[in-house]
Write a protein that binds this ligand. Structure first.
Ligand SMILES: Cc1cc2nc3c(=O)[nH]c(=O)nc-3n(C[C@H](O)[C@H](O)[C@H](O)COP(=O)(O)O)c2cc1C
Ligand code: SF4
Length: 418
């Protein structure tokens, strides 16, 4: 029987208050870490749990932490990625709003593990309410002695700050975030060096997603074996799925990693709105390759989705019914990527611009079959040729929409072909 942990207390009165959180076991993991565990033991436990990052790439959290040098010649930093801008994704917001202390406790444990004495929560500019909630929660944690100098007599010091972004999608990319935090334009950096070696202020830095860190207190409290017992071993744990689009019951669902996509849509989501037929699903936020209705017999985990050529990404599941105009849907997505491209790399800056132009032409019925081919060529020349993965994120929807729904694009331009 699956037990919800991440969202268990959300919507309970007072769930944002530290007293409520403590009453339900909050900060026990933090006390355990400070009293009984060395930083490397924390890393080992998280490594053992196979916790994979919930921000999109699915990189193992414990392994990432282990890349931070053990020395403290330079200060180390923990950055919480609360930018949550991927279209179709709205899970981190729920955690910050409903149970902010779980995010804070996870960030504290992560900071300790990588020997950081400073932690920044970089939050999307539009999340004004959530930023205030976090600030209030951090203050409560200072007042209780869970943050500050010599925490609970352990000799460990940690300060935590909320830093508000200004509404740019690219500042969710970890090196764009780092630049922005330094007060510069959010232009992603070329890697290597990776942030674990040279991140914010050129110091060792870990960037983790809100949900990733919210899992950590439970791993410490209940153990890696408990975490691994939920879902597939290669990427287990409780997982938040964001369900949106043409479903009867959209929302955030906490379920075991690996839940069948069909079950998510038809049981939890209540099926397709107005009992229409399903046409397509984007399973992991707007950046990942789309699935047709025939491809939904798949489990929602990193490896299962990769096997069929898509990705779990940020687990933003966008459902499209039989009446969805795929050209219009793709135009909508590409308009977003064109607007959010930071402009540093030519393939991304120019490619997203040309792709939007071509799609507008095709959508308006003024395009030709050559435009459809050209659109594909443009996408093929953006992907994997850029500094950051936003280029790939723009190319993958184009490539997959054309692969699976080309007939709809061609139907729009047929009248113009002699
Ligand atoms: C264009 C772009 C936008 C991103 N936006 C976010 C975001 O809003 N939140 C997030 O956690 N990760 C985002 N990521 C992924 C981060 O770069 C990074 O992989 C992640 O924060 C690492 O945390 P994790 O290992 O806990 O998943 C984005 C990546 C790209 C390429
Ligand atoms: S891929 Fe796009 S968003 Fe990423 S650095 Fe290059 S231009 Fe900027």
């Amino acid at each position: 029987m699956f037990e919800k942990v991440l969202t268990k207390h959300i919507n309970m009165p007072e769930s944002r208050k530290i007293e409520y959180y403590e009453k339900h076991g909050g900060f026990q993991a933090w006390k355990k870490v400070l009293k009984n565990m060395e930083p490397d033991q924390v890393i080992a436990e998280v490594k053992e749990s196979n916790l994979r990052g919930r921000g999109g790439a699915g990189f193992p959290a414990g392994m990432k932490w282990s890349f931070v040098p053990k020395t403290t010649e330079k200060p180390h930093y923990m950055l919480v990625n609360a930018d949550e801008s991927e279209p179709g994704t709205f899970k981190d917001r729920l955690l910050m709003d409903g149970i902010p202390h779980s995010v804070i406790e996870g960030a504290m444990i992560g900071s300790y593990a990588i020997r950081a004495n400073t932690c920044y929560i970089y939050i999307r500019g539009e999340f004004v309410k959530e930023a205030r909630i976090l600030e209030q929660a951090i203050q409560e944690a200072y007042d209780k002695g869970y943050l500050g100098k010599n925490i609970l007599g352990s000799g460990y010091d940690l300060d935590m700050y909320v830093h508000r972004g200004a509404g740019a999608y690219i500042c969710g990319e970890e090196t764009g975030l780092i630049e922005s935090l330094e007060g510069k334009r959010g232009w992603p950096r070329i890697k290597p060096p990776f942030p674990a070696i040279e991140g914010v202020f050129r110091c060792p830095t870990i960037v983790n997603n809100v949900e990733t860190l919210a899992c950590v207190p439970y791993i410490i409290e209940r153990g890696a074996e408990w975490f691994k017992s939920i879902g597939p071993e290669s990427g287990p744990g409780p997982k938040l799925f964001c369900l949106s689009g043409h479903v009867k019951n959209p929302g955030v669902y906490e379920l075991p990693m690996g839940i069948p996509l069909k079950e998510l849509i038809y049981e939890y989501g209540g099926g397709i709105l107005n009992d229409k037929k399903l046409k397509a699903v984007i399973p992991g936020g707007s950046s990942v390759p789309i699935l047709t209705a025939d491809e939904i017999d798949v489990n929602m985990d990193f490896d299962s989705l990769a096997k069929i050529g898509s990705m779990l990404g940020s687990a933003g599941v966008i459902v499209m019914d039989e009446d969805t105009d795929m050209v219009s849907a793709l135009l909508n997505l590409i308009h977003f990527y064109r607007h959010e491209s930071c402009g540093q790399c030519t393939p991304c800056r120019e490619g997203t611009n040309w792709a939007e132009k071509l799609l507008k032409r095709i959508h308006s019925g003024e395009g030709t079959l050559k435009d459809v081919d050209l659109l594909e060529e443009v996408a093929n020349n953006i992907g994997f040729r850029t500094i950051c993965p936003l280029g790939d994120a723009a190319a993958m929807p184009i490539q997959s929409f054309l692969k699976k729904f080309r007939h709809e694009f061609e139907a729009k331009v047929k009248k113009n072909v002699a």
